[in-house]
Design a protein around this ligand. Structure first.
Ligand SMILES: [Fe+2]
Length: 279
């Protein structure tokens, strides 16, 4: 079985002309990431966009997104984030690449050759934090139990682990994290849980499973691990124009590896002109 790859992009925050600066920057950066993904060899079998696709969840923003994605040659699947709105999201993107479960949440599974992707919905409209609930966790557990022997990646917008950037982190003992733990624990076919939301790449363990977050295509969150008073702005930098990026998931005979990639035009540093070896 050949190596299979899937590219994860996240936090696109596409918007309209009402916010011209963000519109231009976020579109340019998304295009930069998509160019890098299209140049990959072998080409990924799919792209998963793990939420915050639109900045305000407005129908016009999803139309902007569809305009940008019209040139994408790789199947692209979609998940919701806290900036999305389900009705506008599904009206624009629903179909073969985004579907709802029986309760109307954007949750679905996709089967690739030897790898399954299970997409979950953590959106609670009107709230920045996760709204993952017991009924969504039940759907996840049942969906995982339907194919217990197939290596699986789980995708959800909100990471259930702490980055240390305190203004964006969840409460570690939040009920939704306990629900997610119960759905993941012992289901050893899960190879990695892919997240977004924090606009930074970081990794950690939850219920014995690897959780990996991707850099945003739009703009990154500043790495500042000092305490913050959520009521008193202290002038700190919270977002930074670091380069956009993505994650490449590689599946090889059931083994899964994630690469965190920076997108940009970089000169080669060394080329392969002599046989590899010491000396
Ligand atoms: Fe975001």
């Amino acid at each position: 079985m050949p190596v299979l790859t899937i590219a994860q992009i996240t936090d696109l925050h596409i918007t309209t002309g009402r916010d011209p600066l963000n519109r231009l920057r976020n579109e340019q950066r998304l295009r930069q990431v998509l160019r890098a993904i299209h140049e990959l060899q072998p080409q990924p079998v799919a792209i998963i966009a793990s939420g915050d696709l639109a900045d305000h969840g407005e129908p016009a923003e999803y139309e902007e997104l569809k305009r940008i994605l019209a040139e994408v040659e790789i199947p692209i699947y979609f998940a919701v984030g806290n900036h999305d709105r389900r009705e506008a999201f599904m009206a624009a993107l629903g179909g073969p690449y985004a579907a709802t479960d029986a309760n109307g949440f954007v949750q679905y599974a996709v089967d690739f050759d030897g790898l399954r992707m299970v997409v979950c919905d953590t959106l609670q409209e009107g709230r920045d934090g996760s709204g993952f609930t017991a009924e969504r966790a039940r759907w996840l557990a049942e969906t995982l139990d339907a194919r217990p022997d197939t290596p699986t990646i789980v995708v959800l917008h909100h990471p259930p682990i702490l980055s240390g950037v305190r203004w964006i982190d969840p409460e570690p003992d939040a009920p939704w994290i306990a629900e997610l733990c119960d759905a993941l624990r012992g289901r050893d076919q899960v190879r990695v849980v892919l997240c977004g939301h924090v606009h930074r790449p970081f990794q950690g363990l939850l219920a014995g499973q690897l959780v990996s977050t991707a850099p945003a295509t739009s703009i990154q969150v500043t790495l500042n691990l000092t305490p913050v008073d959520m009521e008193r702005p202290d002038g700190r930098e919270i977002l930074v124009a670091e380069p956009p990026g993505y994650v490449l998931v590689m599946a090889d005979q059931g083994r899964v590896t994630t690469h965190v990639c920076v997108a940009g035009d970089f000169e080669p540093a060394v080329t392969y002109t002599r046989p590899f070896g010491f000396g």
